[in-house]
Design a protein around this ligand. Structure first.
Ligand code: NAD
Ligand code: ZN
Ligand code: ZN
Length: 385
């Protein structure tokens, strides 16, 4: 088959490789019809997350079932499906608690050359390095999907790929970022980052009853799209002191919930322009610090932006003083995907209005470059094998 293969940071090639095959009775082989590039892929592409072996990236994909393992009962050849990005067995302690991102059976422990444990056992992810199980991902013509009965979801007829593709990751991720904020109705939610995940968090905030949604991003074209598709208020950190602005919009209290949908991204786009934003030596993220300052006392900060191990320092003093609740991690796709698919079917949410580029998979390198550099007003890239 043809696939987009990651070789090293900045080097992804469209090339021929062996077809995936059924390795376990719960596997299916999927022929991919659409796949996307995620902000999370950029962490590997930029070398923030080390991947030493060639691997097919891509954890947002959908397609047609091509072949099924002997234990798969809910799906057959020809079925059209979407696939959660977290690989989960559906049977272990964590899956039973809807913490599929920590599934005990999808990611074997990884040991370093000196024999030391490199990762604590967490769940596997498609196309997300050997630290997350070393599974090939979906930026390819075909992919092997383990535990198919627990992960795959049938796509109802009449829906285009673009309408449901983001159920794989970014819509559930945006949803989790708001769900963890425990809205009761009418709250002010400030969402840092208006990339694909931030845009999905904005949609989710309205659906979960927010009274006011404020989007923050240094890129005006992304704020413009946020206003257009999600009808939110916007702030650009290049124009205003974001924390002061949020406070003055909330009678001096701060937002009820702040969401970090930026993660390590801040380093790439903003560091050059505003050195203060990100401080690797200190091990803190300035975006996260802004969330802690912009949230009201007793409020909730949720973090879906990805941080790696250098970011282990933490403003405990401020968190204690303000009595904050903080929640973070990989999102809960399996828990929410059926409800979110219903919202799409019922027309209560539109997801494809964030797509800026649809490219053939052959143009994978260009796709990564424009998404990374935010060129050509790029918000989300979909690839067609
Ligand atoms: P993205 O890189 O397109 O979006 C990040 C956005 O943050 C950009 O629009 C950028 O301009 C903006 N930004 C940069 N500096 C900022 C600042 N100082 N203040 C406000 N905004 C700033 O990527 P994305 O696909 O939207 O992903 C965002 C993050 O979410 C990434 O870290 C990604 O890895 C993570 N993610 C997490 C999960 C999960 O399960 N937790 C799932 C998907 C993605
Ligand atoms: Zn993703
Ligand atoms: Zn499990």
């Amino acid at each position: 088959m043809k696939a987009a293969v990651f070789h090293k940071a900045g080097d992804i090639r469209y090339e021929t490789m062996d077809d995936p095959r059924i390795e376990h009775s719960r596997d299916v082989i999927l022929r991919i019809t659409s796949t996307a590039i995620c902000g999370s892929d950029l962490h590997i592409y930029d070398g923030f997350l080390p991947q030493l072996r060639n691997e097919v990236l891509g954890h947002e994909f959908m397609g047609i079932v091509e072949e099924v393992g002997s234990e798969v009962t809910n799906f057959k050849k020809g079925d059209r499906v979407v696939v959660p990005f977290t690989i989960a067995c559906g049977k272990c302690f964590f899956c039973n608690h809807h913490l599929e991102m920590h599934c005990e059976n999808s990611n074997p422990d990884v040991y370093g050359p000196d024999g030391g444990l490199l990762t604590e056992k967490g769940g596997g992810l498609f196309g997300y390095s050997d630290l997350y199980g070393g599974y090939n991902g979906g930026q390819a013509e075909y992919v092997r999907v383990p535990f198919a009965d627990y992960g795959l979801r049938h796509v109802p007829e009449g829906l285009k790929d673009e309408q449901v593709l983001f159920l794989t990751d970014i819509f559930p991720t945006g949803w989790s970022s708001i769900e963890w904020g425990e809205l009761k109705g009418g709250e002010t939610v400030a969402i840092f980052g208006s990339g694909p995940v931030g845009l999905m968090a904005q949609k989710s905030a309205w659906l979960q009853g927010a009274g006011r949604v404020i989007a923050i991003d240094p890129l005006n074209y992304r704020l413009e799209r946020a206003r257009r598709v999600n009808n939110v208020e916007t702030l650009n950190p290049h124009d205003v002191d974001v924390v002061e602005a949020i406070r003055s919009m909330t009678e001096g209290r701060g937002a009820d919930v702040c969401v970090d949908a930026v993660g390590m991204e801040a380093e790439r786009t903003v560091l050059d322009k505003a050195k203060a934003v990100f401080n690797l030596e200190k091990g803190t993220s300035a975006v996260l610090e802004q969330c802690f300052r912009a949230v009201r006392r007793g409020g909730i900060v949720t973090v879906v932006g990805v941080y790696g191990t250098p970011f282990d320092n933490y403003p405990l003093g401020r968190i204690f003083d303000k009595g904050l609740t903080v929640r973070y991690g990989q999102s809960q796709v399996h828990k929410n995907i059926d409800h979110l698919l219903n919202l799409v079917v019922e027309g209560k949410v539109v997801l494809d209005d964030i797509v800026s580029h649809v490219l053939p998979l052959t143009e994978i390198s260009r796709g990564y470059e424009i998404f990374k550099k935010k060129e050509d007003d790029c918000t989300k890239v979909i690839l067609k094998p």
